[in-house]
Design a protein around this ligand. Structure first.
Ligand SMILES: Cc1cc2nc3c(=O)[nH]c(=O)nc-3n(C[C@H](O)[C@H](O)[C@H](O)COP(=O)(O)OP(=O)(O)OC[C@H]3O[C@@H](n4cnc5c(N)ncnc54)[C@H](O)[C@@H]3O)c2cc1C
Length: 494
């Protein structure tokens, strides 16, 4: 028998969980099924140990504010990401306030976000960045310093043993956050599982997606625990399979999915195992990526709050693996190559030789060489206090390009079918922090009429009070919005 449902969400990560909750809130009668190949929810990139847990708000991430050729700082991306994170916080506050998600310990914690740079050129860059951002309400609380003792009062661990003549600079935002994206995902899925008309199927791998003559989708699955094949029928499909999304998009055969390829980049972190050191650092401190290195390799020394326990992580160290998922297969990359994407993939490869070189160098580094990168940030670090852990797998988008043949992209992209019945999310950055805005964008693409209806607008404004308004220009709204989320999410200093 072929099961029939309205909405099929593939993958139980933060993206499907967010979309599922939005759909259920907007259409309480919707029949939704989530299919996840693993026997756990949020066990790939969304799991807390597989990502850096930074609530990306562009407070500290220097790659969101590139320097233009004329020396000016381009802050457009920073403004957008900062606003998007406020949208996520409002949505999570709605869930907490209404008892829809419950966690034993907070899934989001207040941790200062700081940027830290070395050398005169970078000091100038940071000051210009600070001046440009300060003009906007979202960044008005930012502090800047080039003073050794002031920075030492912010970051004692990073300043001990450092030459006092070293040229350094830092900025500090008091309202940064660390987020356990795994915890919020599991809570959202638990809420969905309690709703009428929603079914969560773990251990179910989607194998194929085909358009039927009646306009619906036929989805072939394997129930991995029973090694049994199943077929289901669905009106709408969201491919929220993280690194597995590209393969399924290709299987759907929608013309809009042609010309996309994926380039996997793995990540490792150094984790501190000395509790005394862990307690002596309280911030997420982002540095500047080395020349020629990809944006996701920006070094950062991070306080994490995972399940009520404090940790200290440094990294990430990029690596290369042909797997598209941490629990994937080494054949993922070769099997993703197809006639439609081989040329864009080769073209992007030729244009990004420096990236390939960088990744090879990172992979070849010994643990001692990796440790040297940490010492730049924490001069008195002891090798024996740190262990290397493997994080999640990111699949960067490679896209067909008229001029260059193919381009490597570092953001995320929603690819939707022309008839709006299927959408896939490709890419990984800024990722989980902006999941709510990404899923709102999906609704905009696939439900353009419904999202304009008074019913949807009212519900969306209830969930996200600033929906449709700008936090970038409206300082009063920004302040009010932050006060609301801070109070509901209990975002107080550790
Ligand atoms: C090293 C690293 C650091 C990061 N740091 C941050 C950060 O600091 N802040 C931030 O906001 N974001 C960060 N991200 C990005 C963030 O983790 C991701 O953007 C986000 O978790 C993606 O969620 P998702 O639901 O799309 O994917 P996932 O969480 O990967 O979920 C996809 C799910 O789909 C399942 N699946 C795959 N194929 C199939 C199939 N065929 N059938 C059924 N199920 C399938 C997978 O098993 C998986 O559970 C980081 C990512 C990495 C790798």
């Amino acid at each position: 028998m072929t099961l029939k449902q309205d909405y099929t969400l593939i993958g139980a990560g933060i993206m499907s969980a967010t979309l599922g909750v939005l759909l259920k809130q907007l259409m309480p009668d919707a029949k939704i099924a989530i299919y996840e190949r693993l026997d756990k929810v949020a066990a790939e990139s969304s799991d807390a140990w597989n990502n850096a847990g930074t609530g990306h708000s562009a407070f500290c991430e220097l790659n969101y504010t590139p320097e233009k050729e004329n020396g000016q700082i381009d802050i457009s991306k920073a403004l957008k990401i900062s606003e998007q994170f406020e949208i996520s916080k409002q949505f999570w506050a709605f869930l907490v306030k209404n008892g829809l998600v419950k966690t034993k310990v907070p899934f989001i914690n207040d941790i200062d976000h700081m940027s830290f740079v070395f050398g005169e050129g970078n000091q100038n860059f940071l000051k210009n960045r600070y001046d440009a951002l300060k003009a906007y309400p979202m960044f008005m609380d930012m502090k800047h310093s080039e003073d050794f003792s002031e920075i030492a009062s912010w970051l004692p661990l990073m300043m001990e043993g450092r030459n006092t003549n070293e040229k350094i600079a830092a900025t500090r935002m008091p309202i940064g956050t660390d987020v356990n994206f795994g915890s919020i995902t599991r809570s959202m899925i638990a809420y969905l599982a309690s709703c009428d008309g929603v079914k969560i199927h773990l251990g179910h791998q989607v194998e194929d997606i085909d358009k039927r003559d009646d306009g619906t989708w036929e989805i072939e699955l394997t129930d991995l625990s029973k090694d049994q094949e199943k077929t289901i029928q669905s009106n709408f499909v969201f491919i929220g399979a993280g690194g597995g999304a590209l393969k399924l998009l290709e299987k759907s055969d929608i013309p809009e999915g042609e010309g996309y390829g994926g380039f996997p980049v793995s990540g490792q972190f150094l984790k501190c195992n000395n509790p005394d050191v862990v307690l002596r650092h309280e911030a997420k401190v982002y540095g500047k990526a080395e020349e020629g290195s990809p944006p996701m390799s920006v070094p950062h020394l991070d306080t994490r709050m995972l399940n009520g326990e404090r940790s200290l992580l440094f990294g990430p160290y990029a690596g290369f693996s042909t797997k598209f998922l941490k629990n994937g297969s080494f054949l993922d990359l070769p099997l993703s190559l197809d006639a439609h994407n081989i040329y864009p993939m080769i073209s992007a490869g030729i244009q990004n030789i420096s990236l390939t070189k960088y990744l090879i160098e990172q992979v070849m580094q010994s643990p001692e060489e990796k440790f040297e990168a940490l010492v730049k940030y924490y001069p008195e670090a002891k090798f024996e206090d740190w262990e290397l852990i493997t994080a999640g797998q990111r699949v960067q988008i490679i896209k067909k390009d008229k001029e260059d043949g193919g381009k490597l992209q570092f953001g995320t992209e929603i690819v939707a079918s022309k008839d709006k019945t299927l959408a896939a999310l490709l890419g990984a950055s800024p990722g989980a922090s902006t999941a709510v805005s990404i899923m709102l964008n999906l609704l905009q693409k696939c439900y353009p009429e419904e999202i304009k209806s008074p019913e949807w607008k009212a519900k969306l404004s209830e969930m996200i009070p600033c929906f449709g308004r700008s936090l970038i220009t409206d300082g009063v709204l920004c302040k009010k919005t932050r006060e609301y989320s801070t109070a509901v999410l209990k975002l107080e200093d550790l």
